[in-house]
Design a binder for this molecule. Sequence first.
Ligand SMILES: NC(=O)c1ccc[n+]([C@@H]2O[C@H](COP(=O)([O-])OP(=O)(O)OC[C@H]3O[C@@H](n4cnc5c(N)ncnc54)[C@H](OP(=O)(O)O)[C@@H]3O)[C@@H](O)[C@H]2O)c1
Length: 244
Amino acid sequence: MKALIIGGTSGLGRVLAAEFIAAGWETSVTGVRDEALQYFSAAFPAARAVKLDVSAPDARAAAEALIAGLGGADAVAVCAGLYADDPDADWAAEEKVIAVNAAGCAAALNAAYSYFRKNGGGRLACVSSIGGIRGNARCPAYNASKAFLFNYLEGLRQNAALAGADISVTNIIPAYIGEGSGAGRKMFTAIMKKRRSAYIPGYWRLLAAVYRNLPDFLHEKLARWHYLLLKPFMRRAPRWKAKP
Ligand SMILES: NC(=O)c1ccc[n+]([C@@H]2O[C@H](COP(=O)([O-])OP(=O)(O)OC[C@H]3O[C@@H](n4cnc5c(N)ncnc54)[C@H](OP(=O)(O)O)[C@@H]3O)[C@@H](O)[C@H]2O)c1
């Protein structure tokens, strides 16, 4: 069985790749930084590591060619992502985030989905974020890009159902986690069990339901205390706090 992890050289993608490799899958990953690609190859010599920038204009064609070059894939997980701390809603930062997280991830997902539609099915997964549930003052474009992924994945899932295609579409929704705490195993299990969505940690499914239904005026008022209120449920500090 063959797995491809787009954005698999670092972070959550890397720990997911490690699970596929441990389970005996022929695994390939992509990354953008040369040192990340080298570091991955040194740690996992049996796996293939390839450069792919999903925000490049030819990303859709490059992803399609990559899948073909691997001789196909049975599972494709898109874990690529870019976070920009953006409290001033600076367009230069927002444009990059949208290019990678929304347009770029959609290009990779679309290439894999089309491959599965033509070749009898497969497992498609994408790492979105708890940020996709609602807008956030600290990173408006990041959360919006993740909301796009929620919707796009749902559309692909419904498209597969309508076509009678054997394609599972798993939306992996992490919330303030690091690469530890069994995240790789949880993502792998969700993909193997063909789950529609997997919140990591699981209790965020309940928190997300509450948060999604919070009245707008409360959502605006709570912006100031957002991270303070959520702190007890976080396993890792928000990225803008983790910065040196
Ligand atoms: N960790 C969390 O708590 C958390 C929470 C919510 C959502 N997420 C989401 O989970 C995903 C992984 O996050 P992470 O924390 O593991 O981040 P990470 O360590 O920064 O890893 C991001 C991955 O995406 C790749 N990448 C970055 N820009 C790219 C581009 N333009 N084209 C293709 N690949 C690109 C990186 O390649 P290099 O290795 O070459 O840098 C890396 O493999 C992201 O989508 C993130 O938004 C994470």
